[in-house]
Design a protein around this ligand. Structure first.
Ligand SMILES: NC(=O)c1ccc[n+]([C@@H]2O[C@H](COP(=O)([O-])OP(=O)(O)OC[C@H]3O[C@@H](n4cnc5c(N)ncnc54)[C@H](O)[C@@H]3O)[C@@H](O)[C@H]2O)c1
Length: 246
């Protein structure tokens, strides 16, 4: 397959990030991986059986993130596609949380997206082309108990994505979001071991009566980054097996 240029995947050491690395490699991109977890990054490169390069970055640090973007473009070439999968939260109730926790949730789930998007978008504007996808959450649309601040941060990403989609369509840049529901990841399997009833209750709410897979999430990211999606921008597509239909 001919190279489609460079795709940057953030959160690339995680479950969906890893699936995106594998899928975008198959699609013909030269994939650059970014995450703070080196073991996860190594595993993702191995799974994709590619010679992709990775950058160990704490994405809540603006300087580290901007430096990595600069290095990626210097070493691999211009970033044509950006898939943002970085994210984090703990399942806690808002009334019990500290403001330190809120700041961390907003930093990982919102500010980190801004830190990486700003330098990448500037290059895309200069070249008059580019595609960006943010993995958000159905929690951004309907809220989720135990994830109040996370849901707010993911909703902020959706509004931000729509706004930069409007600002940059004239530069031939498309920006979209996916909004996963519960997806079968190692973390979810851990939760299942500790609390199988909770997963059963979650599955009951999904019309297909199962969890999604990281690969199913990556397939939609791949589509949104493809030319087949050339008439789609500023959208938030639920990738949750029909959990939400709005
Ligand atoms: N798993 C689900 O059920 C689910 C549901 C809805 C939305 N999501 C969202 O999908 C995305 C991917 O989720 P996942 O299940 O693959 O999670 P994951 O925990 O497997 O992957 C997230 C990755 O982000 C990285 N990361 C966290 N903080 C970072 C930081 N400060 N700097 C750099 N990297 C950092 C982690 O190291 C990890 O590799 C996340 O944005 C998550 O919020 C997940």
């Amino acid at each position: 397959m001919t190279s489609k240029g460079v795709a940057l995947v953030t959160g690339a050491g995680g479950a969906m990030g890893s699936a995106c690395v594998a899928r975008l490699t198959r699609d013909g991109y030269k994939v650059a991986l970014m995450d703070k977890n080196e073991d996860g990054l190594k595993e993702s490169v191995k799974k994709a059986s590619s010679d992709s390069k990775y950058w160990i970055v704490d994405q809540t640090n603006e300087t580290e993130t901007r430096t990595a973007v600069q290095e990626i473009e210097d070493q691999l070439g211009p970033i044509e596609a950006l898939a943002n999968t970085v994210g984090w939260c703990e399942g806690t109730k808002f009334a019990d949380e500290s403001s330190d926790y809120w700041h961390k949730v907003v930093a990982v789930n919102y500010l980190a997206e801004l830190y990486v998007t700003h330098p990448v978008l500037k290059g895309m504007i200069e070249r008059e082309r580019g595609k960006i996808v943010y993995i958000t959450s159905d929690a951004a649309k309907i809220g989720t108990g135990g994830e109040a601040v996370y849901a707010g941060a993911k909703a902020a990403v959706c509004a931000f994505a729509k706004s930069i989609a409007r600002e940059n369509a004239r530069h031939n840049i498309r920006v979209n979001c996916t909004a996963p529901g519960a997806t079968e990841t190692p973390l979810m399997r851990e939760v299942e071991q500790q609390n199988p009833e909770m997963i059963k209750r979650m599955v009951k709410l999904v019309p297909f009566r199962r969890l999604g897979t990281p690969e199913e999430q990556a397939d939609v990211v791949s589509f949104l980054l493809s030319d087949d999606a050339r008439w789609i921008t500023g959208q938030v597509i639920s990738t949750s097996g029909g959990l939400t239909m709005c």
